[in-house]
Design a protein around this ligand. Structure first.
Ligand code: FAD
Length: 366
């Protein structure tokens, strides 16, 4: 066993022990409850398990993606809550570590890790989703301040968020891709209205957000005044990395257990092996991405392949579960089926991933 693997196994043991005890302390609390999820974020922070890959100077542990992967695997095994600060930890924190000013790093990173401040990601608009460069929310500058007006949509966590990572037009004249800025906007101010949207699952996890004169100081702009597109690309690549694929694998793996239970209860089982094999393929693909990342190899098209694989596999798994008609898990399969449909759209739609693969891997003409 290499020294890295050995260190990984030691880390796994300590994390497993801690998680077993911490999850037992939850003693039946609802893991979807916002207060429980917030408290979980704080618990992870206090145990030194938040921001494993963040540099120590920003409150992280300076560990590798391997430890991050192990933590996810053990958390799934223990049935731990997801935590509430996902957007902050996965998207905003890494962006600020790479591109934020020292003052932004000082102000925002620790509250993200502690779970004290919840963030949302204000990119998509009614007229700009896949075509993100077309955002029309304006950030008009007067002196040191921007005044923001416009509308965002599908903004996850907006109803709980303290802050928003906002992509907005900072220039009326500059050409596409050079007319955007990335702003850190305080959601708790006048000029911000949040209207939750009910999903097909009945949940209200995202919202429409309207801005009418909300203010952002220039010190809360990440990068230069028209660096927004570059910042947005950095954020989106973090969104599709191997840890995301592994997280999806872990959830699906739990659902294959549910599938097996349904089949064991006398339901039909012809597709079971195929679906389970597809789920394992997602794992191996994600592991390859992890290995590349650990070796410092960046492979964006592979992240697109991974996104396609896990979204299609999740949909196939949920559709199969629903078709089995297992009375014990019927409601769970209905929920999974409806929820899995969104995977064709979020984190870059299926068609957009196919375009990336066609152009950047296969070299097909645009
Ligand atoms: C559950 C969920 C959570 C989300 N959370 C957030 C969030 O927190 N913050 C945020 O900013 N956004 C969020 N989104 C929005 C998401 O990023 C967008 O829905 C996505 O980018 C697609 O944009 P759109 O909905 O405008 O669809 P469109 O871009 O209008 O696409 C419509 C259809 O056309 C296809 N299409 C578009 N362009 C092309 C092309 N060039 N070639 C081929 N086909 C194309 C698409 O694949 C899709 O099928 C979330 C979405 C979901 C479902």
């Amino acid at each position: 066993m290499s020294s890295r693997q050995q260190a990984g196994e030691e880390f796994r043991r300590s994390v497993r022990d801690w998680l077993t005890a911490a999850v037992a302390e939850l003693a039946g609390a609802c893991v979807d409850d916002v207060a429980v999820r917030k408290a979980w974020d704080r618990k992870l922070y206090n145990a030194g398990l938040a921001g494993l890959t963040w540099p120590e100077e920003f409150g992280g542990r300076g560990l590798s993606l391997l430890e991050e992967y192990i933590l996810h695997e053990e958390a799934a095994r223990a049935g731990a809550p997801e935590g509430n600060g996902r957007i902050g930890r996965i998207l905003v924190g890494p962006l600020l570590i790479k591109h934020g000013s020292p003052a932004q790093q000082q102000r925002y990173l620790k509250p993200i890790l502690r779970g004290d401040e919840v963030w949302c990601q204000g990119f998509s608009e009614p007229g700009a989703g896949s075509d993100l460069a077309g955002v029309s929310t304006r950030a008009d500058r007067t002196g040191e301040h921007y005044r923001v007006s416009g509308q965002k949509v599908w903004t996850s966590f907006a109803d709980q968020a303290d802050r928003c990572l906002l992509l907005a037009r900072t220039s009326a004249e500059a050409p596409r891709h050079h007319n955007l800025g990335m702003l850190l906007l305080d959601m708790r101010q006048g000029g911000v209205e949040v209207h939750p949207i009910t999903r097909i699952t009945g949940e209200r996890t995202f919202s429409e957000v309207r801005f009418d004169g909300a203010v952002v100081h220039e010190r809360d702009r990440v990068g230069g005044e028209t660096d927004g597109w570059r910042m947005a690309m950095a954020v989106l690549s973090d969104e599709r990395g191997p840890i995301e694929a592994i997280t999806r694998y872990l959830v699906m793996s739990r659902h294959t257990t549910m599938l097996r239970e349904c089949c064991a209860r006398g339901s039909r089982a012809p597709e079971l092996d195929e679906v389970c094999a597809r789920v394992e393929t997602v794992r191996w693909h994600a592991m390859r991405g992890l290995e590349n990342a650990l070796a410092g190899i960046e492979d964006r098209p592979a992240d697109s392949v991974s996104k396609l694989m896990w979204s299609h596999t999740w949909q196939a798994l949920a559709a199969y579960g629903l078709r089995l008609g297992c009375p014990r898990h019927e409601q769970a399969w209905q929920q999974q089926y409806l929820e899995s449909r969104a995977a064709s759209v979020f984190s870059g739609s299926t068609q957009i991933q196919r375009n990336i693969i066609a152009e950047r891997v296969l070299g097909l003409p645009r």
